[in-house]
Design a protein around this ligand. Structure first.
Ligand code: TEU
Length: 551
């Protein structure tokens, strides 16, 4: 396979952005393949479906799509249980379908990131079947095994993210194996160099085919305490929280050796980047900023190009709190390239968290803070969480944790709403998860035709980013807005300064912003106004998002 057979056309970057990589200039769009577009009419999305929607994706002004896992899998965790790192599950199509998707995406200037799941495999992966077959199998040490305690109990108190213990007894061999997710997701032993080499081979397989990089699943969990010490009790645990929060996690999360493993993965990507097209690695890491930023690594041993910044999914919709977090993050990121996430396949939809009237404010925030934005499919048209009737719940995280609020991730994984046709234009039959009831009024086809739609607001913002280098590369500086529900910041480069003013509330506000000059010109407003605005008495409509060029 010639990796140059489909290379991404180089987009003409604004001169002020020369020197920035594509993943720094552009926007990442996450696709949950089961729910994006079903081409073969089985009720589940697939690769040919995605390919058929590439023109839509290109129309969004994004730089890359990230596909949640497409690999062969028993689907116990809907693909995050991988049974073969170098194939495509027949549910999604074939390798040939993938190559066609990659080529067609590249032809439209879209990069493609795959979801690498290196912390655990499926219990049906041939490696685990071998490892499990006997204590002296050569692959035994590829996974994490431990003897029962004297009383036959599990080796320590570690817990699964999905409820219950993190250990399951393998009756035949009399040892427990570790799984911080489902029992069907045994954890690889990253201390074993053969494991690291095997994952590197899997990465090469896709890089050689031409993929532009990876989003790496639970990368901060790769190392675990070798002595398997008990984790301490979390004093802040309250009933109703996910049971995993009963413990603190010093022995299963953020271990020092994890940085070494990530640096090895990065070195492999850098080899490919040095030979031609720039490849990238985004790491899934839920940690406080001070720890998160250590995953950029150092100049000598770089790690993730971008450790995901999930703070907007964890902070309430509060302008002051978000300002404080953005200030802290921007300062801590240092030389690293920042990034922002508003939603993903594990979190309630942004619209359901913050309300439909705040959709444009949220979109503007995501696309104008300093750093690469990651957009979750459907958020650009204002899809909301869908109530799933109990008999249709699919997500094992929900099924295993009754009574824990938002434990099931099904509500944010429902089919993309393409049109008001039957099954929302997603499929020709009842999809695997229920469609939102609002799909006849909230869908791509309708919003495409409506110049005032959220979709067209999203596109106007991405077009604005493309011609406004300040919004991509400009320094971030927040301002005191004088109101608890207003967030104001500037983005400046030598070529100029842009002001962003966001009204998080339903009341009109008049801001007094001294020292910025008498007036600015509106670049974009969610209430569609144009022209000059006075900066010493800047009026914001309820729920308005406003972007202004200063002079
Ligand atoms: O998620 C890891 C993770 O931390 C989640 O369990 C998260 O805490 C939870 O979903 C919050 O609701 C990754 C994937 O994104 C997730 O979809 C997988 O289920 C999980 O890893 C196992 O691979």
């Amino acid at each position: 396979m010639d990796p140059h057979a489909s290379s991404v056309p180089v987009e003409p970057a604004h001169p002020a952005l020369r020197g920035l990589k594509w993943w720094q200039r552009g926007i990442i769009y996450q696709i949950y393949p089961r729910s994006f577009m079903d081409a073969n009419g089985d009720g589940v999305g697939d690769l040919r479906g995605i390919t058929s929607r590439l023109d839509y994706l290109a129309s969004l002004g994004i730089a890359a799509i990230w596909l949640s896992p497409i690999f062969p899998s028993p689907m116990a965790d809907f693909g995050y249980d991988v049974a073969d790192y170098t194939g495509v599950d027949p549910l999604f199509g074939s390798l040939a379908d993938f190559d066609a998707l990659l080529e067609a995406a590249h032809a439209r200037g879209l990069h493609v990131l795959l979801d690498l799941v290196p912390n655990h495999t499926s219990d049906q992966h041939p490696w685990f079947l071998e490892a499990r077959s006997s204590r002296d199998n050569p692959k035994r040490d590829w996974y994490v095994w431990a003897d029962p305690k004297e009383n036959g109990r599990r080796p320590n108190n570690w817990l699964s993210f999905f409820g219950g213990p993190a250990w399951t007894l393998d009756e035949a061999s009399g040892q427990y194996y570790l799984h911080q997710f489902l029992p069907q997701q045994p954890e690889l032993n990253w201390r074993n160099p053969e494991v690291r080499a095997a994952i590197a081979d899997a990465m090469r397989f896709w890089l050689d085919r031409g993929v532009d990089g990876f989003r790496v699943d639970v990368i901060w969990l790769l190392g675990k305490d070798e002595a398997l010490r008990d984790e301490p009790i979390n004093p802040d645990f309250r009933p109703g929280m996910p049971p995993h929060h009963q413990l603190l996690h010093p022995y299963t999360q953020d271990l020092p050796e994890t940085h070494r493993y990530i640096a090895e993965m990065r070195a492999l990507l850098d080899e490919y980047s040095a030979r031609g097209r720039e490849r990238t690695m985004v790491g899934e890491i839920y940690l406080p900023f001070e720890r998160l930023v250590t995953y950029y690594g150092s100049a000598e041993a770089p790690e993730c190009h971008m450790p995901f910044n999930f703070i907007l999914t964890q902070t309430g919709w509060d302008a002051r709190k978000i300002r404080a977090q953005a200030d802290r993050y921007d300062a801590l990121v240092g030389e690293g390239w920042p990034n922002w996430v508003l939603g993903n396949h594990d979190q309630p939809r942004v619209l359901s968290r913050f309300g439909r009237e705040q959709a444009r404010v949220a979109t503007t925030l995501l696309l104008t803070l300093r750093g690469t934005p990651t957009v979750y499919y459907g958020d650009e048209i204002g899809m909301a969480d869908v109530d799933i009737p109990p008999e249709r719940v699919q997500d094992p995280a929900g099924l295993r944790q009754p009574g824990v609020k938002a434990a099931s991730r099904d509500p944010e994984r429902t089919p993309m709403q393409w049109s008001d046709a039957d099954f929302a234009g997603f499929s020709t039959r009842e999809p695997w998860l229920p469609l939102a009831e609002d799909y006849r009024t909230v869908n791509v086809a309708l919003q495409d035709r409506d110049p005032n739609s959220l979709l067209n607001y999203f596109r106007a913002l991405t077009r604005l980013r493309a011609v406004t280098p300040e919004l991509v590369a400009g320094a971030y500086h927040s301002l005191e807005a004088g109101f608890d529900d207003v967030f104001v910041y500037t983005r400046s480069l030598e070529v100029g300064t842009v002001l962003v003013a966001l009204n998080f509330g339903g009341a009109a506000r008049t801001l007094h912003l001294p020292g910025l000059g008498a007036a600015g010109s509106v670049l974009l407003s969610s209430v569609r106004r144009e022209g000059e605005v006075p900066l010493e008495a800047l009026e914001l409509a309820p729920h308005e998002a406003l972007v202004v060029r200063l002079r």
